[in-house]
Design a protein around this ligand. Sequence first.
Ligand SMILES: [Zn+2]
Length: 239
Amino acid sequence: MTIDAEDLRAQCLKMRYSRRLVEPEVFPSEQEWEYITGRAMTGIGSSLYRKYLVSWSLPEDERTDIHCSALQWFPQYIATVPRDYALGVVYGDISSCPQATLAVIYKARLFDADMLRDVLHSTEPLSPPLPQGYYPLTFVVECLDAYQPEYTNDTLESMRELYRDITDPEPLGRITDSRAIFGGGTKYECPQGHINDAGQEYCIQPGCGLNIYGLRQRHEALIAAFAERIDALAALLAH
Ligand SMILES: [Zn+2]
């Protein structure tokens, strides 16, 4: 076995990075991001993802150059490493900052129907929990317009299964008929516990807007577009 000098140098740096990046205040410099990305360096992806999530969560006026570098470079980095590794890193934490995760899934084309089905079917509680009023199904539906680099017949089958899952979900809210408690017939209780008239599909509480499955009205268009994407892919694969 022969080891290239450049590979040895990279291995030393990787070991140093993996030790240093555990420290919350240590961020890669611009040059380090460039090097890490250029080498498509695996093994430190979760630490780098952490830097990206932390930077995203900071208010804009508190971000410095190191945070801006993390926001700019992490999507490029994760699009460069092998896809299976990238999927493990990003889907490994969807709850710390779902908006940041969504952004990187879109930018780095990390849509993956099987990973999203796992999000829906996972029975382990997420740590940290998702933000208030945000559910695994909400996250999954918000990913539907993202792409992956290539599609096969297996992908198509997974996408169809995902579509079946999202169009037949478990209700998170409920329809109640306890006159004694709420006064006046059937009510729709949204997943966050707001009480609406039964005819209300989406909760009318300001800032809520959830239907019984934890989705909002704008999510309907995403699901409809996903059905079209499945048809389009089937048509392409049939040639
Ligand atoms: Zn509500």
